[in-house]
Write a protein that binds this ligand. Structure first.
Ligand code: ATP
Length: 382
């Protein structure tokens, strides 16, 4: 059993509150991604779980044990960093087994992880060979780091963590040194590895695509505060506020300031230069906001060329006249920069569109997929 529980975990650096009352329960065997923009407190949160940073207040539990006062080496965790310094003069085998072989660091200071354990040669051999097999590195064990590719080196760093057989993996942007193609490949390998090993993992990244593709659940942080924690699809379909809605999804969701208006049974969102009507279920919720200012959220992929709308039929209630500023073909879709009065929009339109830069065209908003946020609190209304 290796759940990790954070209760009101807080870290203050003088006037900066890096992590503000973080509450999170990472389940046994779960792959949880902590994501957010630079400086939001992800690394600080992870370092507190590792014991490399002392918390200002709050509790950290690994399983049922409060570990705030437990030293890093006794927490049964292994950490993989962005900068995975390997020893250049040692073979892959020696790099991977180093932490198991040494009870003391070369300086005589205690080794941060598992320092109190000693392992027999057979046990070290078993663990390194097992990790090498899992990582597909059996034939590379005698090579030196300089004889490996970037991806292979990153796997050695992972191997070094795996051989400790920890209860929890902590990973801080472990793929950010790899080029784009290798990152995608290694991402898939990491997910497979997690499925096989089933070790509870907390993975930090600022890349929302990485978060979406890897996490069982994703915790989105901003300015030290956790915004929402849920499965990738729930975050995408039901963002709790404007920040999460704008952070998850690429290109980002469009936001338009609107006033909620009622006309008989119809509830409309009036953006000044255009207005759109809400479907019945959303209208029922938005009715409480009639007369108030809100923010309409619509994802680029939920805007269609009215000529090709398909299932989302153009109606007076969901059609918007726009000017086409820029058209960027991306293959299957075309990214279009549009203007509707003073509002700039981005749409991902099927490549069969005939719209060209400079045209005035009708687009259809799929209002079933739209989002509405309170202007003041930025919380989702539906
Ligand atoms: P990045 O993705 O850029 O690594 P992050 O989300 O991991 O960012 P942290 O490194 O956790 O963010 O930093 C959170 C906040 O705490 C930032 O404002 C940072 O400047 C501040 N901070 C972090 N470490 C220290 C420190 N040792 N002393 C003072 N302030 C710090």
């Amino acid at each position: 059993m290796a759940s990790v529980t954070l209760r009101d975990l807080t870290k203050e650096f003088k006037e900066v509150v890096a992590v503000n009352k973080l509450n999170l329960e990472i389940r046994d065997k779960e792959f949880l991604v902590l994501v957010g923009p630079s400086g939001c407190g992800k690394t600080t949160a992870l370092r507190m779980v590792a014991g490399l940073e002392e918390s200002t207040s709050g509790e950290i539990l690994i399983g049922d044990r409060v570990v705030n006062d437990v030293s890093p080496k006794d927490r049964d965790i292994a950490m993989v960093f962005q900068n995975y310094a390997l020893y250049p003069h040692m073979s892959v085998y020696d790099n991977m087994s180093f932490g198991l072989r040494l009870k003391r660091t070369p300086t005589g200071k205690p080794w941060p992880f598992n320092a109190t354990r000693t392992f027999s040669k057979q046990e070290i051999d078993r663990r390194v060979n097992e990790a090498a097999r899992l990582l597909g590195m059996e034939t590379l064990l005698q090579r030196k780091p300089k004889q490996l590719s970037g991806g292979q080196r990153q796997r050695v760093a992972l191997g070094r963590a795996i051989v400790r057989e920890p209860k929890v993996f902590l990973m801080d942007e472990p793929l950010s040194n790899l080029d784009a193609k290798l990152r995608v490949q290694t991402r898939a390998e990491l997910i497979k590895l997690h499925r096989r090993l089933g070790i509870t993992t907390i993975y930090v990244t600022h890349d929302q695509v990485e978060a979406m593709t890897m996490g069982d659940r994703i915790a989105v942080m901003n300015a030290g505060l956790m915004q929402q924690c849920d499965t990738p699809l729930n975050l995408y379909n039901h963002p709790a506020n404007v920040f999460v809605a704008g952070f998850i999804g690429s290109p980002a969701m469009n936001f338009v300031p609107v006033t909620v208006k009622a006309e008989g049974d119809t509830v409309k969102l009036d953006a000044g230069s255009f207005s759109v009507a809400l479907p019945a279920d959303k209208a029922a919720v938005a009715k409480a906001k009639v007369g108030s200012e809100c923010t309409l959220g619509i994802r680029p992929e939920d805007i269609y060329d009215a000529q090709l709308a398909g299932l989302v039929k153009p109606t007076p209630g969901n059609t918007v006249k726009v000017g086409v500023d820029v058209v960027e073909p991306l293959g299957n879709d075309v990214e279009m920069y549009l203007t509707a009065g003073p509002h700039a929009l981005i749409a991902m339109i099927n490549n069969k569109t005939a719209a060209k830069a400079g045209d005035q065209v009708d687009v259809v908003f799929d209002m079933d997929k739209s989002h509405l946020f309170d202007k003041a609190t930025e919380a989702a209304i539906y």
